[in-house]
Write a protein of this length. Sequence first.
Length: 564
Amino acid sequence: MPDPDTPLDFIRQIVADDLRSGKTGGRLHTRFPPEPNGYLHIGHAKAICLNFGLAQEFGGLCNLRFDDTNPTKEEMRYVESIKQDVRWLGFDWGERLYYASDYFEEMYQYALHLIKAGKAYVCSLTPEEIRQYRGTLTTPGKNSPYRERTVAENLDLFTRMRAGEFPDGAHVLRAKIDMAAANLNLRDPVLYRILHADHHRTGSRWCIYPMYDYAHPISDALEGITHSLCTLEFEDHRPLYDWLLDNLPVPYRPRQYEFARLNMTSTVLSKRKLIQLVQEGHVRGWDDPRMPTISGMRRRGYPPEAIRNFCDRIGVGKKDNIVELELLEHCVREFLNRAAPRVMAVLRPLKVVLTNYPEGQVEYLEAINNPEDPTMGTRLVPFSRVLYLEREDFMEEPPKKFYRLAPDREVRLRYAYFIKCVEVVKDREGNVVELHCTYDPETKGGYAPDGRQVKATLHWVSAAHALPAEVRLYERLLTKVNPAEEKNADFKSFINPHSLMVLNPCWVEPSLAGAAVGSRWQFERLGYFCVDPDSTDGALVFNRTVTLKDPWARIKRSQLNTKS
């Protein structure tokens, strides 16, 4: 059970009250019902954490059930990716893996029940005619001319629909409710349509398929779901959910509750739009690290613990709002600051020769793996005559507040020595290609025995020992903070042309040899990075997960000032 001293969100309060009152027989049983027609995104992560999290907190159960009722858009690869995502987030459905297709026969029998009770009929209007007959929010609909078909006619037509006698679109099965209902979802909604398409699980066994609004409550009832949690767009569908359960001999009566879906700045979470990004080649696939998909975030290096923490922090509300992407990134930094080992890497290398360092000599200097966690220990980093520094750490004519390396200036090398620039080597075009520096052997470890101070500490790698690497730097995929505000604009017009920058060659310290795909590291002074699956034995590839700079504190202060 949750901590009694911690305030509960409205969903958890409902669950606690229901368990306390015995309303559900002392049971909690939820489900996560994704459609296998694409990859899951961060909005689904919120739903996963809510449904599976409730089951964990209150000692209940949670099913993973695929809503596979549209064979024209569904594939087994999506099923497998969804299972992988749920497991990666840290949740387990045990033996409770289900599919709506498991219940196709039961749904068909329930449809026959509705027909025999005079509460469903076969309609032969075209889809366009059904839309016209439906009416609007301000005008009532009108009855289909096929609404008064007899029970015998409807049974005959529906069984022939199942037998495959009719082409797609020839008929549909509709519930007989009320064409004048204020809620458009009750104006004789379609329950079944004809689709001559092979299903990824049932093959060609069926050519009629249930609509989601029909399959959803029946699946919930057959699985004994106590709390069916949906996002707010399904609030207007709840009367139909209840009507079906009230008019069918189902073994259990679930209840549907709605919560606000996740909306995030600089992000689109519409599956239709994400499919466009993939199919039109704006990204490299569903797992592109710029995508808000769970697989994309995993590839980028987001830890599952950080995503769960993010979902906990945004909470569960009744009204839609927009959450800053910076909060998610803050949760990632917060976790990685404690968990990621530190290493040194140079992304834009500038060669440095220590002219007074003995040729052929190599020292191994002790470096701290993570100052936030002493148990991570230390490692040895090779130091030699030729090094690589970050090109942006040198300026030939530095402005006032530039404290890094410059001609005749001294800086500290992390874990190593003080060095001083004595000569700048340029190519024919005048570009700086090499620095000649001297080192002070008395400053080993980065401290001068005479007490002199320097204003900058730089990271570096030994040129003779460093490993080559490709580094991919990511920025926001969209330039618009809230693309939904632009009602008439194509969201793709906001795609950031600079959302990906590839740097190659970069150089990383040799301790990263054999770094596992998916492992996460802090490149000192540069940010957090993750080993990409494109890596090979001879060529590491890193994705930048997040930068070190964290704007969330500033945004939070601004929000507090606005409220006060």
